[in-house]
Each structure stands twice: as structure tokens, then as C-alpha cells.
Design a protein around this ligand. Sequence first.
Ligand SMILES: [Zn+2]
Length: 155
Amino acid sequence: MMSAILEPCPHCGNLTDTGVGQYLRADGVLVWSLSIHCASCGLVQESDDLGFPPKRYREYIIRQEGLWMLVVVPTEKSGRARAGLIMKQMLSLDTRDVARLLKAMPGVIWQGTKSEVDWLCRRVSQAGVDCESRLWNLTEGGPPEIGLGTSRFGE
Ligand SMILES: [Zn+2]
């Protein structure tokens, strides 16, 4: 998805609508993109990059499309271990983080943007562990219990 945030133009410095997008590519790679069309100086710039976007863009995307959760549904111990290993590899987690994730299963083990959660969920599913990507609904009450938060990811 793509929506716009007001940011200074990298060329003239005037505030301009900057499109921020993030998506999961068909080959399973997480991509984020910026799109600038400056009304003041005419700069047109499109760029994209792999991995997590800078923190302010992630926070913006989450405000736009909500906070998503990766939920690992009840599974046997070996499945939980496989899910933990995949999360470790994908997010470069240390042993303590992985222990927290294992303890949180079954349940919500991660939260972030929809594309990020889909990205993780796809890989965890491919390892034969049932999981789902779910929008956190405020009416469910309050902040979800999670294995890992979003704040450390993105610069
Ligand atoms: Zn400009």
C-alpha cells in the first residue's frame, strides 16, 4: 500500500507529499518504497529498498493500516522450536529473544506492519507451523501480550 506523509523535499526543502509504501514481493522479500513529487521544485524521485523501513516510516504505516500481529496457533513442541529458529534467522535475534518467543507460543509472538507480519507468517507456515496474520483490534482490550515488540526494528 502507498500513502503520503509530509516531509521536506530533499532538493528544495519545502514540505511535500512523500508517498510511503511497503509490500511483500511475490518471491517473499520485504520491500519498502518512497515516492516524492515536489510541487515546489518539480523533483520526482522514486526509490525502494529491502528490509525494514526507517522507524518514522514504520510508525506512519502502522498508524495508517493498524498494528498487525503474528499469532502462532497451538502446536507441538517441535513446531514451536522450528518457528523460533525461523524468527531467529529472519530477525537476527539473540538467544534471549528466542527464549521469549518460545515462551509466548502459542499466541502472539510478534507485531508490526501488515507486510512485515505477512512476511514472517509466510516463512513460518512454510516450515509447517500454523500461524496467522491478524489485525489488532482495540475492542479486544488492551495492548496485546507479545513475544517481541516493534520498537527495535527499523532505524
Ligand atoms: Zn522540492
